[in-house]
Design a protein around this ligand. Structure first.
Ligand SMILES: [Zn+2]
Length: 198
């Protein structure tokens, strides 16, 4: 996951690694300062998952995107994420910037989006493209069911958001293709190669 809650005696606030890195640009000195601060927070045990509240640790390698991981395995948290899934979110954000340039606004990763029933749907990537709300959902073969994918799609659409599915490690025989093709829904498959190449 990309976000964590920082809890200090004076209150709590959201930390967003994607936003922090963007703010720092490619300036190595600024990145090093951010990394040191994050490691201090981690040593103080002040970082928590914004979805399940469990403690998280930062992974801030030189290679690949920065991420937070649950300190204890937490399979039923909506933000529990494999490395490849986190890489995919960043690859998607890059791809959207490359494809749409200035037409893409409010590009965010791991976004808590409201549903019409007052629940929160944690969404891998969200953006406005040409002023339209769009979300990018990631299908991971060993993690999702078509029923769940349908439910997420309908929930977004009911809230006025366009949905595009990104298929990750998906066999050509997966039932997800049948559903997407039948309903003529847009999807991307090429991100996987992009992720593998990094
Ligand atoms: Zn969690």
């Amino acid at each position: 996951m990309v976000t964590a809650l920082l809890k200090t005696p004076s209150g709590s606030r959201r930390l967003d690694l994607f936003a922090l890195k963007q703010e720092a640009g490619h300036n190595p000195r600024r990145l090093a300062a951010i990394r040191e601060r994050l490691l201090d927070h981690a040593r103080a045990g002040a970082l928590f998952c914004p979805a399940c509240g469990g403690p998280v640790q930062p992974q801030l390698g030189d290679l690949g995107p920065w991420r937070f991981v649950h300190a204890k395995p937490s399979s039923n948290c909506p933000l529990a994420s494999s490395r490849v899934r986190d890489l995919t979110k960043h690859a998607l954000a890059d791809e959207l910037t490359r494809r749409y340039g200035g037409r893409v606004k409010r590009l965010r990763i791991d976004v808590p989006l409201p549903t019409r029933h007052g629940q929160v749907l944690w969404t891998p990537v969200a953006a406005q493209v040409d002023g339209l709300e769009r979300v990018y959902e990631i299908w991971e073969e060993d993690r999702e069911t078509v029923e769940e994918a349908k439910w997420r799609t309908q929930t977004h659409e009911a809230a006025g958001r366009e949905v595009l599915w990104v298929l990750l490690k998906t066999s050509p025989h997966s039932p997800v293709y049948a559903w997407l093709e039948r309903e003529a829904r847009p999807y991307w498959t090429a991100i996987q190669e992009y992720v593998d190449a990094r």
